[in-house]
Design a binder for this molecule. Structure first.
Ligand SMILES: *Cc1c(COP(=O)(O)O)cnc(C)c1O
Length: 412
């Protein structure tokens, strides 16, 4: 049987909680399950205020609205990301300035970031690709220096952390130590807790899902909380009304309908109850991939040989990042090499896929881009391949996949 690229995982309690949500008699948003999920994130990760949304895209759109952009304001976004990261800000009238990726991994390069900052720059949007942290200390330092907002696109980054270097004096505190991790990691900061605002996705391709589509807005800077609630509820102060803080509610600001129905929150709750188990299994799968593929790599491109020609490069996890096993990718030496590997895997019923195309040269944006070459981004667009990665992938499946990759390199 073919091994698909992705398969959404069911914990077994989803239908039960959805049934409860239906028979609770409150189907619309902001009910019991929504509150439970939001509280879970606030408690576990120390996020100041959480609001469930109907998608990660919606959460990014809320972030962009909260940034209160004026025409001509500039927002720095990596080019190697999903369309929504850029589109959310473009819709608000901003000019999107695309940043290149690092050589070592697809995240935006904090070292060249400063050269993109102008007097019109208002926001930086780091994307934690594959759930691996961007260099947040460097990014936050620039944001502070130039008085910019930081919106983390943490769509892929649930339960992943940034580890400030040991010389850093400030940290997230002991309470953020995830259960079961060693206590030395108490200084880690959960991704999504560092920027002023952050967005998560619970699309079915992510580590946990809200029943296909879903997202979360995180507000870490208190100044944005009131307005976030209003934008979430169609521009009304209904949240304050329900808390009894005002005696009638009405239209007070911009907004839209960003909140999901309770059955989606109920689905998500079943996944959150099993988050530790889901993460443990995914990390186990990731580690098996890494071990098996390291061995293959050693055989066909020994580490003594520099550069390692002809084979592939394994994912890079910097010392300041943790791995939430969102994705397992390889970097091939060329577009042709990647196409050939994907084709070979497909012939053996293994569905591997490439990922983003550079946004700066997309059909929609090419003539709006300022013309700068973004070579690292283009390289990932051409050479990155993602292997099947999902909770229900078996150890045997990974064995099969790695054996076929092994055979492929023997043949070459
Ligand atoms: C998945 C994803 C999104 C969009 O999330 P949706 O829930 O599908 O709207 C945005 N940014 C990144 C980096 C993503 O991976």
């Amino acid at each position: 049987m073919a091994i698909p690229f992705n398969k959404p995982h069911l914990t077994g309690k989803e239908a039960h909680y959805m049934y409860q949500a239906v028979y609770n008699g409150k189907l619309s948003g902001n009910g019991e399950f929504t509150k439970r999920c939001q509280h879970f994130f606030e408690e576990r990760y120390g996020f100041k205020k959480c609001l469930l949304t109907t998608s990660g895209t919606d959460a990014l759109e809320m972030c962009a609205m909260l940034c209160d952009l004026k025409p001509g304001d500039e927002v720095i976004v990596p080019s190697y990301t999903f369309v929504s990261t850029a589109l959310a800000f473009l819709r608000e009238g901003a000019k999107v300035v695309f940043a290149d990726s690092m050589k070592r991994n697809p995240n935006l390069d904090a070292e060249t970031l400063e050269s993109l900052i102008t007097p019109r720059t208002k926001v930086i949007v780091p994307v934690h690709y594959a759930g691996v942290a961007c260099d947040m200390n460097a990014i936050m330092a620039l944001a502070q220096k130039y008085n910019l907002l930081v919106v983390e696109d943490a769509a892929q980054a649930i339960d992943s952390y940034y580890k400030p270097s040991t010389t850093s004096s400030h940290n997230g505190g002991e309470r953020f130590a995830p259960s079961g991790e060693n206590p030395r990691k108490g200084a880690m900061k959960p991704l999504g807790s560092i920027g002023h605002l952050a967005a998560f996705s619970f699309h079915e391709t992510k580590n946990i899902t809200a029943g296909g589509e879903g997202g979360l807005l995180v507000v870490n800077d208190e100044r944005f909380i009131r307005r976030a609630e209003i934008i979430w509820e169609k521009g009304t102060n209904r949240a304050e009304f329900f808390r009894g803080e005002v005696n009638k509610y009405g239209w007070v600001d911009m907004g839209s309908s960003f909140l999901p129905a309770e059955i989606n929150a109920a689905f998500l709750w079943a996944q959150l109850e099993n988050l530790d188990e889901i993460q443990a299994k995914r990390k186990q799968l990731w580690n098996i991939y890494h071990e098996r593929l390291s061995n293959i790599l050693e055989r066909f491109a020994p580490s003594g040989e520099n550069p390692r020609k002809g084979a592939f490069t394994l994912p890079d996890i910097p010392s300041y990042a943790t791995n939430n096993a969102h994705m397992f990718y390889l970097i091939l030496p060329s577009l042709e090499a990647r196409t050939a590997l994907i084709k070979y895997l497909k012939e053996h019923e293994i569905m591997a896929v490439f990922h983003y195309l550079s946004l700066h040269s997309s059909a929609y944006y090419a003539d709006k881009h300022d013309g700068r070459a973004l070579p690292e981004c283009d390289r990932y667009a051409d050479t990155l391949v993602r292997l099947p990665m999902y909770y229900d992938l078996s150890f045997e499946d990974i064995g099969t996949i790695c054996n076929i990759i092994h055979k492929y390199y023997i043949k070459k």
